[in-house]
Design a protein around this ligand. Structure first.
Ligand code: DX5
Ligand code: ZN
Length: 219
């Protein structure tokens, strides 16, 4: 049985109080802290980088799950490793034929490595990564902003990916899904075969963060 994990995205948190925010996530039972690193080039938005990771690191023991929406993610890995990042996810759209090599570099730094595809990129583009990745991520919104609506076509991609993993000797590999997940659709995401749930707005707009995180583990 795959363990369901909840990874709240601090993109929806208070940027002026990030230390306290990640501490609170840990107290509320989160499994990972999802850190959306955007460079204003791969996506239009700019969020934060390794300096923020370094500064929030002392506030939590939870793994920092860093989703790199940047050009040339390979140039950011050393700084993120030094800053205390635990997991790095890279976009196949940016890394292309260097994706597997980049996953191996991430692991050489002692971090967990993951690859992601955008909604308009076929799930098949992740298949080659299954052997080297510690996790695979599917975007269920176009990256760049929190608070968007979950794209239902993602469910079929999750099913296809879990089926591929089962047929290819990696049945327990974590599948993370990111974007628009709420208490209302999380059961569909889990039923399709995902087990790591990213949620920004659903967690931070809730007045019962602990209950919401618990309910995001599914019924
Ligand atoms: C989008 C980010 C997501 C986003 C999720 O580019 O990768 O992690 O913050 O936020 P919600 O849950 O609000 O869609
Ligand atoms: Zn993300």
């Amino acid at each position: 049985m795959l363990q369901i994990k909840v990874a709240p995205s601090i993109l929806a948190g208070d940027f002026a109080r990030m230390g306290e925010t990640v501490k609170k996530l840990e107290e509320c039972g989160a499994d990972y802290v999802h850190c959306d690193i955007m460079d204003g080039n791969f996506v239009p938005t700019i969020t934060f980088g390794s300096q923020m990771i370094e500064q929030i690191r002392p506030y939590t023991k939870l793994p920092l799950d860093c989703h790199l929406m940047v050009l040339r993610p390979d140039t950011r890995l050393e700084a993120l490793a030094r800053a205390g990042a635990d997991m790095i996810t890279i976009h196949v759209e940016e890394c292309r034929e260097l994706t597997i090599q980049t996953l191996r570099i991430i692991k050489n730094y002692g971090m967990k490595a993951s690859a992601v595809v955008n909604p308009n990129t076929p799930v098949e583009d992740l298949y080659d990564c299954a052997e080297d990745a510690d996790m695979l991520l599917l975007m269920s919104v176009h990256p760049g902003w929190g608070g968007q609506k979950f794209m239902p076509g993602t469910l079929e991609k999750i099913e296809k990916l879990r089926d591929f993993l089962i047929r290819n000797g990696r049945p327990d590999l974590d599948i993370e899904v990111d974007g628009g997940i709420t208490e209302d659709n999380v059961n569909d995401v889990i039923a399709a075969g995902a087990n790591v749930i990213v949620a920004g707005s659903a967690v931070f707009r809730s007045d019962d963060m602990k209950g919401t995180i618990r309910r995001l583990r599914g019924a």
